[in-house]
Design a protein around this ligand. Structure first.
Ligand code: NAD
Length: 357
């Protein structure tokens, strides 16, 4: 049944094309009939004389409404805005969902992790409100702060602003409780630093706790994010859904990846009211790009999340089951998990299990 779902595929940079090809191979093995619309973004697009985030790519995602993308390189300190952040803001993909669960055949300190990080994706320090030192804008801001609040900001300071709004918080809170209910989760833990930042993190916390949403049987608790980090390392099984503002969500999802075996294993979704873009948590890994060493499992499991989104539940379960089976057997695995197999060999083994299921 070819072409039942049209999905935009953005291979991305670095290891992106390798893991994207792997995910495509596995998703095609499910026979749900995906018609892939391949579009560029990132360094790959710039090399072809296009913008970092080409209009054609955005238009394709708006048309298909669903996309899966590989990681995209953000050159540090070069003045480039992150394509990933821009994409989330352009399409208003306000919720990042990143499940981390202990996987068979992947030994880690804790064998019983099963949690989901839900991260607000559009506000906070990632909003992109930046003032470089010495610029007229930074000078105007310094002057304003002096007048408004008697704050003296050093003239050589760079400044990043952290907006967190009631409306932005309310929608991620509702999303998180709806997600928890739909996925039979029993507890939502809010992470914040309300003691130090009462007007941003404090607002996030108060808005979340005061929201009149019907939480059903789902428990809610809150922890200062530093305390939460320590507890996650010590006793991760005590957590279920973590609801976090943007920056803490970014950092703690890598921590959660570390708890279950590393970045090569953790999938993710960026969800808005209209569009959804699925992508692994990891970056473009320039240190191993082009060598066939990348673990494709994070991208393949992002594909399973995409299948769920398309309500292809049986296909999603088959992909997740196939990943578990290949990991359990242990014969085919990439170097990050102690093996010697290539990205493609892992994808072929998983696709084989998908067909056998
Ligand atoms: P990274 O995730 O690319 O790499 C961190 C480490 O993990 C590296 O040693 C890498 O080899 C390893 N690793 C990552 N994915 C792996 C995989 N699938 N298999 C095996 N090993 C893997 O993080 P970084 O080095 O901080 O970032 C590199 C670039 O990626 C930067 O430009 C960053 O901005 C970008 N980035 C993009 C995204 C995204 O597109 N969503 C996310 C994070 C980082």
């Amino acid at each position: 049944m070819a072409g039942r779902h049209r999905v935009t595929l953005v291979p991305g940079d670095g290891i992106g094309p390798e893991v994207a090809e792997a995910a495509r191979l596995v998703l095609d093995a499910t026979d749900v009939g995906i018609e892939w619309v391949v579009r560029r973004a990132g360094a790959t697009a710039v090399a072809d004389g296009d913008e970092l985030l080409p209009q054609e790519t955005l238009a394709s995602i708006r048309e298909t409404r669903v996309a899966i993308k590989g990681p995209i390189t953000t050159p540090v300190g070069s003045g480039f805005r992150s394509v990933n952040v821009a994409l989330r803001q352009e399409l208003d993909l306000f919720a990042a969902v990143r499940p981390a669960r202990s996987l068979p055949g992947v030994p880690t300190r804790h064998g019983d992790v099963d949690l989901v990080v839900i991260r607000e994706n559009t506000e906070d320090l990632y909003r992109g409100i930046e003032f470089a030192p010495g610029t007229p804008q930074a000078e105007a801001l310094r002057e304003e702060l002096r007048t408004l609040a008697n704050f003296e900001v050093r003239p050589d300071a760079g400044v990043t602003l952290k907006p967190i709004s009631v409306a932005g918080t309310r929608r991620i809170v509702r999303f998180a409780f709806e997600y928890a209910a739909a996925n039979r989760r029993s507890r939502v833990t809010l992470g914040h630093k309300a003691s130090i930042m009462p007007t941003s993190d404090g607002l996030f916390l108060r808005t979340a706790l005061d929201d009149p949403i019907d939480r059903g049987e789902i428990l809610v608790e809150d922890l200062q994010v530093d305390h939460l980090t320590g507890e996650l390392v010590r006793r991760p099984s005590r957590f279920d859904v973590l609801l976090l503002p943007n920056l803490y969500g970014d950092i703690l999802s890598d921590l959660c990846a570390g708890l279950v075996g590393g970045l090569g294993l953790i999938p993710g979704a960026n969800i808005g009211w209209e569009y959804a873009v699925f992508e692994p948590v990891h970056g473009s890994a320039p240190d191993i790009a082009g060598q066939g060493k990348a673990n494709p499992i994070a991208m393949i499991l992002s594909g399973a999340m995409l299948l769920r989104h398309l309500t292809e539940l049986d296909a999603a379960r088959r992909v997740e089951g196939a990943v578990d089976e290949v990991l359990r057997t242990g014969a085919v695995r990439t170097a990050d998990l102690g093996g010697t197999s290539s990205t493609r060999e892992v994808a072929i083994a998983i696709a084989h299990e998908v067909r056998a299921a």
